[in-house]
Design a protein around this ligand. Structure first.
Ligand code: ZN
Length: 191
């Protein structure tokens, strides 16, 4: 299977951090329920890992349910953090469990490659590293936003200079909102 040709545009990596892109593999309701999932099979998961540069992570076959449960837990932590409430114990246990299970050789700094992740990491561990890096920095946490688009609720890091990024992407939710405003203006003036 040629993964390269299949990954083109298959996944939008707009979160700015790997952990956020991972959470954006589904669209979410306001209550944190999955509305639409892009990870429906091991193949989808493999494609996402490839698109996200995590093709080397281990143990991603036959564990989709577990991985999606981890995704839900992790998203709960981010949403609670944005709301200024305490994340659930279960969520924290999932994240801390992934961090604690890391092999001691997981992170290696090589002069040639910079900080290299050990290829023996699981997806959860690789995502947990990214999540811990964001969650442990106030500067990053303060820039995490949630897209207000209908049935989207993707998370992203607002790295714009004036911190006024609103949408996951202008091409999707941003344009939909613009079209909606336009439509509302038109119907109002028609009355
Ligand atoms: Zn959106």
């Amino acid at each position: 299977m040629n993964l390269m040709s299949m990954t083109d545009n298959a996944f939008q990596l707009i979160g700015g951090r790997t952990c956020l892109d991972f959470l954006n593999t589904a669209n979410w309701s306001k209550d944190g329920e999955v509305i639409e999932d892009k990870l429906l099979s091991d193949k989808d998961l493999a494609l996402w890992c490839h698109a996200a540069g995590l093709q080397d992570v281990t143990g991603k076959s036959g564990r989709l349910t577990e991985i999606l449960e981890f995704r839900g837990s992790l998203r709960g932590i981010f949403v609670a953090t944005l709301d200024g409430t305490a994340p659930t114990k279960k969520g924290m246990a999932a994240l801390n469990g992934a961090l604690a299970s890391m092999p001691s050789s997981a992170l290696r700094v090589s002069r040639k490659k910079g900080l290299a992740l050990s290829p023996s990491l699981t997806l959860e561990q690789a995502i947990a590293i990214s999540a811990a890096a964001v969650l442990s920095r106030d500067l990053e946490v303060s820039r995490v936003k949630i897209c207000p688009g209908n049935d989207c609720a993707w998370l992203f890091l607002d790295e714009s200079k004036n911190r006024r990024r609103t949408w996951c992407s202008m091409e999707t939710c941003g344009n939909r909102a613009k079209a909606q405003r336009h439509y509302q203006r038109k119907t109002k003036s028609a009355k």
